[in-house]
Ligand binder design. Sequence first.
Ligand code: GLA
Length: 392
Amino acid sequence: MFATGSRALAATPPMGWNSWNAFSCAVTEEDIRSAADRLVETGLRDAGYEYLVVDDCWMDDELDDGYLRPHPEDFPSGIEALAEYVHDRDLKFGIYSSAGRVTCQGYPASLGHERKHARQFADWGVDYLKYDNCGDHEGKDALARYSAMGKALAKVDRDIVYSICEWGRNEPWRWGRNAGGHLWRATHDIVAKWSTEDTEFGLGIADIIDQMDDRDIAPSHGPGGWNDPDMLQIGNGPDSGQSKLEDVTVERGLTPAEERTHFSFWCLFAAPLMAGNDLVEMDDRTLALLTNEDAVAINQDPLGIQGTRDGRLGETEVWSKRLTDGRCAVILFNRGRTPATIETTVETVDMSVDAATYTVEDVWEDDEWQTSGTLHATVDPHDVALFRVSPE
Ligand code: GLA
C-alpha cells in the first residue's frame, strides 16, 4: 500500500522549520527563501533541521480546475521554483493543506481533490505535507478524510512525509499510522505561554506537557509514526505568530527557563522538532538552545521512545525515557515559583541496566559526574535539569 521506502521515512522524529508560529498568514516566498538561507548560515540545517515547511496562506483564493494555485502576490515565482531554491540548499521542502473544503484561514483545501493535489505536490518536489483539519468535512469522519490523502500520497512516485494535524480530537494515535501518517498532532495549537485559561486560544507549554502524559499515548509512538505536541515556540516573543491574527488575543512570551523546559520536554518526548521562530531575528541564546547536541541526540535516539512521568512530589516531577546502549534521559522538573531540590534514583527512572556506577551528563550545565544511583539537582522555577545517565 505504501510507496517503497516510505517506512524508512521519519525513522527518527522529523526536524525542520515551519512558517506558522512566526509569520502566521503574512508569509511570503521571500520569507521562505530567507528562512532557507538562515537554516544553512546558522548551522541549524547541519544540526538536523532539514524540512522547511510553508504553512497556511500560500494559496490563491480559488482552485483552478480542482488544482491549487499559489497566491499570485505572495508567491509569484510559484511553488516549484521555491522548492528548487530549498532543495539547492540541501534542505527538504514542505507544504500545507487541509482535510476539508478550506484551510483554517479560509483558503481552498484538498477534501475531494486528494489525488490531484498529491500529484501536484509530487510534481512540485514536495517532501512533507502538513494536513490540517479545518473547512467543511462534508460529513466524512477523520479516518476517511486523512486516509484519502494518505492513499493519494502513497500512489505518487515521491517520498512525502505525511503530517496529520487533527489536533488530537479523534485520538489519531490510534489510526494515524493506518491512515499513512508519519506524525499526528496529539494536542491543540501551541501558544508561546506557560499555560492558558480555558477561555483563551490554544495551549501553553505546561498544559501540553500534562496532556502528552495524561492521554497515555506513549505506546503508539515510535519510528515512522510520532505523537506530535505541536511546533516549537522557542524564540517567539509577544509580537510573533498568531498574535498577528485579529481574532486571537493571547499575551505571550516564555522566560529563558520556560524555553529550556519546552525544548527539554520535546526532546524527552521524541517529538517532531519544528522550529517556529523568525530565523532572521534569532538571537544566540535561541540558536544555542535549538542546536544543543546532547538534547538533539536525546530527541533523535533511534529507539524513539516517548518519555513519561515517573513521579511527582508537590510541585516537582521526575520524567524519563530509555535510550539506546542502556542509557536513560531524565528530567527533573520544577513547576513551582521557588527553587527546589529534586532527588530521585536510577531505580525510579526508566533505566534498564543495573550497574555499580553511572555517569550523569548534565545537558544544560555542560557538566558530568558519577553516582552509585542517586540523581539530584536544585532547579529554578519553571525550569528543568536534563540528564543523560549511562551505566558504567
Ligand atoms: C491550525 C493548525 C496550526 C496552523 C493553522 C494555520 O490552527 O493547528 O498549526 O497550521 O491552523 O491556519
